[in-house]
Design a protein around this ligand. Structure first.
Ligand SMILES: Cc1ncc(COP(=O)(O)O)c(C=O)c1O
Length: 388
């Protein structure tokens, strides 16, 4: 069988080896504590589950949905942006539901990237930003996210000829994997940069509701010119613990939203309607679950970060996201160190290079594991240090 050449351009899947080891260790009866997966361990709020059960009984929801989504969901998304960020959106033209935001993130490259076109991608970064460009035949320029620059890209360091050639720029704050945050001043700079160089911005913002110590991350759409310069991807996955439901959205520039709608309407048939009604309930109903979840995550964050810093794995205290991005000891690669933790402590983490070369020197811990498992992992880490 001859595979398409584009498949050979996909980067090797670094997590395969670690996943294989986890399965092997568990088969040997080892109790693996898995800090690798960024998937909320709490259930979806019951009001949302009740709404889907009700909608599932309605035969109208057993039929094909429309790709552009139910007007009710588009209106709920626009209302939520209004209430949460003070951003006014036209639900008919500036909002499109997605089958999870990852789906839209992957597909948008097909709208704007031709073979040989250039995109600007953060490094480290969530892998689908790159993969969309690769599958569309484009090229990438990696914008390093460095700790000394608070993991924000340095627009001034991007050569003019690169910025002028680029069609799209990916940004993501609060950030996975570094957990860095950006303020409105940074987003304003990004809009200015996009205007100067004639490029489109795709801002990915699934973690704006996962934040601590009273901090409320802003939306890119809040700054002047954002709705002209680009779009924002968002998701119900992390906000309402709905990763398995596959529901997200893109909002912003009407032409970009429409281009994505055109690609999607030829490839998929939209989000199942019962899920759309449940998502509208999520966005419109009580938001209490968010503060409750964040309080749990904040306690876990404090527990883990204290121990990591005690044992010499330097980590900043994240203001948002459920990730802790920790520096590994000198002399290891991030893969070697992740494997060492797995072999010696049966603790699974994500090696930084899973997010690009710029992730070298770091590992990522996710806080989405139950408290007792986190405690078990933290105790193993502390006693490891004492033994060493
Ligand atoms: C930065 C980032 N963007 C997008 C997604 C995808 O979320 P969804 O479940 O909406 O596809 C994730 C999931 O981990 C993520 O970390």
């Amino acid at each position: 069988m001859e595979l398409a050449k584009r498949l050979s351009k996909l980067p090797p899947y670094l997590f395969v080896e670690i996943n294989r080891k986890i399965v092997e260790l568990r088969a040997q009866g080892k109790d693996v504590v898995n800090f690798g997966v960024g998937d909320p361990d709490l259930p979806t709020p019951s009001r949302i589950i009740e709404r889907i059960c009700q909608a599932a009984h309605d035969p109208a929801n057993h039929r094909y949905p429309e790709t552009d989504g139910l007007p009710e969901l588009r209106a709920a998304i626009a209302e939520w942006y209004g209430k949460r960020f003070g951003v006014e959106l036209d639900p008919a033209k500036e909002v499109l539901p997605l089958i999870g935001s990852k789906e839209g993130i992957g597909h948008i490259a097909l709208c704007f990237v031709d073979p040989g076109d250039l995109t600007l991608v953060p490094d480290p970064g969530y892998p689908p930003y790159s993969l969309g460009t690769i599958l569309a035949g484009g090229e990438q320029y990696f914008m390093p996210l460095r700790e000394e620059k608070d993991f924000l890209p340095d627009f001034e360091a991007i050569p003019d000829e690169v910025a002028d050639k680029a069609k799209l720029m990916w940004l993501n704050y609060p950030n996975n994997p570094t957990s860095a945050v950006a303020d409105l001043g940074f987003f304003a700079k990004a809009v200015h940069f996009a205007e100067q160089h004639g490029l489109m911005i795709c801002h990915d913002a699934p973690y704006t509701e996962v934040a601590f110590d009273g901090y409320r991350p802003p939306s890119f759409m809040q700054v002047a010119g954002a709705c002209k310069a680009g779009v924002e991807f968002h998701s119900l996955s992390k906000t309402y613990h709905m990763t398995g439901w596959r529901i997200g959205m893109v909002v912003g520039n009407a032409d970009m939203v429409n281009a994505l709608f055109r690609v999607k309407s030829n490839l998929d048939s939209g989000v199942p309607q019962a899920i759309q009604y449940a998502a509208a309930e999520g966005l419109r109903g009580s938001q209490e679950n968010i503060a409750e979840h964040n309080a749990i995550l904040q306690r876990r964050r404090d527990r883990l970060v204290r121990v990591l810093n005690d044992i010499g794995l330097k980590a900043r205290i994240p203001k948002a996201t459920f990730y802790v991005w920790a520096r590994i000891p000198y002399g290891y690669t991030s893969i070697d160190f992740a494997e060492t933790l797995l072999d010696e402590l049966a603790i699974a983490v994500t090696p930084g290079t899973g997010y690009g070369r710029g992730g070298e020197g770091y590992i990522r811990f996710s806080l989405t594991i139950p408290d007792d498992r986190l405690e078990e992992g933290v105790n193993r880490l502390s006693s490891w240090r004492r033994r060493a």
